[in-house]
Structures are given as structure tokens and as C-alpha cells.
Write a protein that binds this ligand. Structure first.
Ligand SMILES: *Cc1c(COP(=O)(O)O)cnc(C)c1O
Length: 355
């Protein structure tokens, strides 16, 4: 059965799941949510009226997210992971005959989901150090007049945080929406959330998958202008957020302190990892996220990835991606996992771990 003509050349999104002792390849939280959250969740689950549809507007969840960020509930849209948030945005504003702009290398799903909706993707290039090149932004916008321009801060897979000045500069130029994907926002020193209001074509997306230790629950959201949220509510499938997920998210918001504690631990572990790796023959890219991109200097990236896997440490092999030859990405794990990773990396490179 032939698929749509425009989908025939598309490849799926791949991230191999292999059974290993140390899994540092998908930027999840290395620790589960607090036990008290799990108990509260179980207690509420037992009271769900399963024969009824859930609250279609996810009212309490939206109110909780809005309160956390100091915005109105009508500026919040939640969905099944921030990937569904992105998909709903793209279904609403992209589609055939429209163009979406990305600045590569960046999160592959921005372009991928845009193409699924039938839109064209204008791929701009980042500078040699993977920072944003404002001249290139100007060129791409002038050439393709994108309905949506994507930035990702901290950027996946490079880890780079966009500066506020750069975000403001891009916002001045976009002819449509600027979407800033902040899946790793809590690990970074600043957020574009403060720039959102009803008169600005800016959307910031966030997820419970990374900082909130809830990748298993598939919950994400955006904060944006209320007129945009109203349009997304028309496009998304009715009752898309099931009752369990609404409870999971609403309860998670009562554990902000515990979440921030985990973020602090990961940020300090990230700095420890980066310092230890900098003493090895690898180039380490600066990161404001919960992962580190690096390029071994004495061996092929793929060979290092395999040598780590042989020691039961799985990281992400980015070496086949455009502009990322020989690059690997490691997610920050628990202190014990990070020690195992450093030892395996040192062994693979024939060097030693210096504290
Ligand atoms: C992990 C990730 C997401 C996906 O988040 P989900 O909420 O799990 O769908 C979105 N954007 C970026 C940049 C990510 O790295």
C-alpha cells in the first residue's frame, strides 16, 4: 500500500534501546520521582471514575502549570509529551505550502514532525562552534519566510544555551511564530518564559520527561499567547490527556523542591563530568543541559561508542549526523553511573581518570 508521496523518503526517529548496566543515551532523569509522589498518585488513581471521560480541558493541571510560571491558565497548553505539543503546533500552523525554519544541528524532531504535516523545512546552519549565527538567521528568514522558526535552548544535541540577546534579536525578525524548545530549560541559567505575553509571537515548550523524572508518563506543555492556545485546543484530539496523566502531572507540581534538588545534583555532576573529560583527549562542548556532547580526538567516535558499549555503558552515537562527525553525547547519570562512564571512557581512550 503506497504511503503519501511526500512521506516516502522520510526515515523514522531512531534511538536504539539496548539492555546495559549504565544507560546514558536518552537524557532521562537517572532517578525516579519521589516515593511520596508515587504514593499520592496511587491513592488518587484508585478514586478515578474510569467509566467517564477525563476533564477535556485538563483544568487543574493547566492551573497548576500556570501558577508555577506566573501566567494565566489560558496561556498553557498541555499534551502527551512536548513532542505532541510540537505536533499540535505544527498541525495548526505548518502543513502543505508553508515553511518551518531550523538551525542545525538541533533537535531532529522539529524538522521531522514539520515534514509529517506536509510543510517544507528550511535548514539554516549554526556557526562553527554551534552558536547561533544571526546573519544566517536573517538570510533564512528572508529567503523562506517561515511560519514557525524553531530554536532549542539548551540545544539538543549540542548543549548550548541561546543568549537572551539572541532570542530577542530573532524575535524581532520572525514573520511568524518563534518556538523555543526548553525541554532542558531547568538546567540552564535563564529561560525565555519571561518573554511570553499575548502581544508577542513567542511560544516556550517544556516537558516532564527530563527534570521531573517522568519520561514514562508522557507529559509536556507550552506557554504562549492565549489566542494561540485557543487555536491549538481546536486542533488537538478531544480527551487526549487521560485521567491518570492529568493526576500525575498535577501531583508532580506539588514536589517542586524535590525536582529542584535533582536538578542541582545533575548540574553539579555535569560540571564534574565535564572537568574530568576535559583532562582526557576529547573536545568537550559547553553544556547548560543534562547531557554533554564531546568529540574524541585520538579515536573515531564510533569506535569509542562501541568500546563503551562493550563495557555495558550506552551513550548516544551522533557521529553519523550532519556536522557532528565523531561526536558522542552522554546523559548525566547518578554519581555512580558517571564514575562508571568516566572509567569506561578512560579505558577506551587508553588514558586515566583524574579527579
Ligand atoms: C526530549 C526532548 C523532547 C521530548 O520531550 P517529550 O516531552 O518526552 O516528548 C522535546 N524536545 C527536546 C529538545 C528534547 O530533547
Amino acid at each position: 500500500m503506497p504511503v503519501r508521496d511526500d512521506l516516502r523518503a522520510l526515515e523514522g526517529y531512531h534511538s536504539p534501546q539496548v539492555t546495559v548496566d549504565v544507560r546514558l543515551n536518552t537524557n532521562e532523569s537517572p532517578v525516579p520521582p519521589p516515593a511520596a509522589w508515587r504514593d499520592a498518585f496511587a491513592a488518587e488513581l484508585s478514586r478515578v471514575q474510569w467509566h467517564r471521560y477525563p476533564d477535556r480541558a485538563a483544568t487543574q493541571l493547566r492551573e497548576g502549570i500556570a501558577a508555577m510560571h506566573g501566567v494565566r491558565p489560558d496561556q498553557v497548553f498541555a499534551a502527551n509529551g512536548s513532542n505532541e505539543v510540537l505536533q499540535t503546533l505544527l498541525l495548526t500552523y505548518a502543513g502543505p505550502g508553508r515553511t518551518v525554519a531550523t538551525f542545525e544541528p538541533t533537535y531532529q524532531l522539529h524538522g521531522h514532525i514539520a515534514r509529517l504535516t506536509g510543510a517544507s523545512v528550511a535548514e539554516g546552519e549554526r556557526a562553527a562552534d554551534f552558536s547561533l549565527d544571526l546573519d544566517e538567521v536573517r538570510r533564512v528568514i528572508a529567503q523562506s519566510s517561515p511560519i514557525i522558526t524553531f530554536l532549542c535552548s539548551p540545544n539538543n544535541p549540542t548543549g548550548l544555551v541561546e543568549s537572551e540577546a539572541d532570542i530577542r534579536a530573532v524575535l524581532q525578525q520572525v514573520p511568524g511564530l518563534l518556538v523555543v524548545d526548553e525541554a532542558y530549560g531547568q538546567f540552564a541559567p535563564w529561560s525565555a518564559l519571561g518573554l511570553v505575553d499575548d502581544d508577542t509571537p513567542l511560544v516556550v515548550t517544556r516537558t516532564f520527561s527530563k527534570t521531573w523524572s517522568m519520561a514514562g508518563s508522557r507529559l509536556g506543555y507550552l506557554v504562549g499567547p492565549s489566542w494561540l492556545v485557543a487555536e491549538l485546543d481546536k486542533v488537538v484530539l478531544p480527551y487526549h490527556l487521560d485521567a491518570a496523566k492529568q493526576i500525575a502531572g498535577r501531583l508532580a507540581l506539588t514536589f517542586v523542591d524535590e525536582m529542584e534538588e535533582r536538578v542541582h545534583l545533575i548540574v553539579s555532576e555535569r560540571e564534574r563530568l565535564a572537568a574530568a573529560m576535559a583532562a582526557m583527549p576529547v573536545h568537550v562542548f559547553p553544556s547548560g543541559a543534562n547531557f554533554i556532547l564531546f568529540r574524541p580526538q585520538t579515536m573515531a567516535g564510533r569506535a569509542v561508542w562501541q568500546a563503551l558499549l562493550d563495557r555495558s555503558v550506552l551513550i548516544r552515537d551522533c557521529s553519523g549526523w550532519a556536522r557532528l562527525d565523531d561526536c558522542l553525547r552522554v546523559t548525566v547519570g547518578t554519581p555512580e553511573e558517571n564514575d562508571l562512564f568516566l572509567a569506561a571512557l578512560a579505558a577506551a581512550l587508553g588514558t586515566e581518570v583524574r579527579p
